[in-house]
Ligand binder design. Structure first.
Ligand code: SF4
Length: 149
């Protein structure tokens, strides 16, 4: 089984209430080959919500307590991001997922690049919080950009 980001499956769960449907992903869902998950909703957020970025590092640094996730208005939401990451890991283990396809650039789901914490659309190399945790637990994470069916 594969876990995929809910927003890639067409669910309107992004911070601004939109989705980012990827037809490769929706075909997997329709064929009962994938389960949609949204780490941020699992962490207790609702939609819409404020945009957030990792400040002071990347998802690995957040797991290590060296960086935090902060909303644009300044609220520290690190604990909610961690909660969502661990809830996603639990679901991945329950589904025996060997591969997880997550939305690139998200502070939760990014797997190659994330935004740099300045809220100026600048990207840096790094994992999101959920991606970092899944990888540490031996689960392969790729983005929709790396999925070729
Ligand atoms: Fe949820 Fe990840 Fe999509 Fe953000 S990128 S809406 S956390 S599934």
């Amino acid at each position: 089984m594969i876990l995929v980001s809910s927003c890639l499956a067409g669910f309107q769960v992004r911070y601004n209430g939109s989705h980012c449907l990827d037809h490769k992903i929706s075909k997997l869902i329709e064929g009962n080959k994938a389960i949609p998950i949204c780490p941020e909703l699992l962490g207790g957020f609702s939609t819409p919500r404020e945009p957030a970025e990792i400040i002071g590092g990347n998802g690995d640094d957040v797991l290590d307590g060296k960086a935090k996730v902060v909303e644009k208005s300044g609220r520290d939401v690190t604990e909610m991001y961690l909660k969502g990451a661990y809830a996603t890991l639990k679901k991945a283990k329950e589904a025996h997922a060997e591969v997880v396809v997550l939305k690139e650039y998200s502070p939760s789901c990014g797997s190659a690049m994330i935004y740099n914490g300045e809220f100026k659309s600048k990207k840096i190399i790094g994992n999101g919080v959920t991606t970092a945790l899944l990888k540490r637990n031996g689960i392969q994470v790729i983005s929709e950009e790396q999925l070729f069916l």
